[in-house]
Design a protein around this ligand. Sequence first.
Ligand SMILES: Nc1nc2c(ncn2[C@@H]2O[C@H](COP(=O)(O)OP(=O)(O)OP(=O)(O)O)[C@@H](O)[C@H]2O)c(=O)[nH]1
Ligand SMILES: [Mg+2]
Length: 315
Amino acid sequence: MNNSIFDNNEAEMKSENTNIFDNNAQVQEEPIAVTNDEPMTGENDVYSQEELNDPQMINVTIADSKCPLVILFGPPACGKTMTLVRLTRYLNIQGYQVSPIRNFRPAHDKNYAKLCDGFDELINSDDAAESTNKINFMLVQVVRNGRRICQLLEAPGEFYFDAKNPQTPFVNFLNTILNNSNRKIFAIMVEPDWLNASDRKNYVSRIANLKKKMRPRDKAIIVFNKIDKTNFVTSPGHIHEASAMKEIKDLYPGIFTPFANVSPIVKLFRPYDCKFVAFQTGDYSLSASGTQTFQEGPEEYPRNLWKHIMKCITG
Ligand SMILES: Nc1nc2c(ncn2[C@@H]2O[C@H](COP(=O)(O)OP(=O)(O)OP(=O)(O)O)[C@@H](O)[C@H]2O)c(=O)[nH]1
Ligand SMILES: [Mg+2]
């Protein structure tokens, strides 16, 4: 597969070096040396040389094939990492234990090992860049009373959708995940004011392709993130849902079509076999030093998202 699928310059407010597969970048012949006193955030701390040379070789392991898998699905910079951060903070307060699953990435991914060690600190950091730049791959488990309730998966957005190469098939590791037997809940992320109409149309096609890979017991939630950027918020944590949904239908024509209920009776009261949730991870501002700070958004959003995830898990 051509590495060019990973060239994406659209990610707004992201560090420039988050995309290792930029077509213009020279493929490194030798791993970049990292001294002990440097933070381990370089791209070669994430990927092996084999993975860097060929993204089809990217290796992830989901050892528990029974526990439901919640996949944060969306293009770069739509807010997957920060959704994981916000949801984790909420769940911790509610008495759940959220912790990384260490065997998800191979041992060469030093960034992942470091992430696992510093997970709690990272989740509670108010430095947004800390999280968005460091968390590329992440599999966490949500546990309550000793029971694993679900696993949450976050991966780099370019593997889900690359606006410059919208037709590229899913990369191997995603196909492996999509084909494994866990029940899957797809949190399909959308945001307002995103790229051009043609890009949004391509993303809608991507979602239609994803739907074809879903089994009947898999579920989808369309997550309208960055709702704070819209006029649909009526009070903190509350939105005018019908208007927000109409906006998504207008911006992303056909996005709900793959989920349309065909049964004549059911479709009368439930037109779509997916859920729709408005979300805000938090408020972002630039500090005097130029770093992006994060303040968590209203609790209603993660509460509502978690409620729907649980319905999908148990329903
Ligand atoms: N206004 C607003 N901005 C948000 C919100 N959530 C995320 N952002 C912005 O979007 C940026 C990217 O968020 P991430 O969570 O890193 O996006 P991502 O989907 O994980 O991106 P990749 O890992 O590159 O695929 C953040 O740095 C914020 O600037 C939100 O709820 N409201
Ligand atoms: Mg991310």
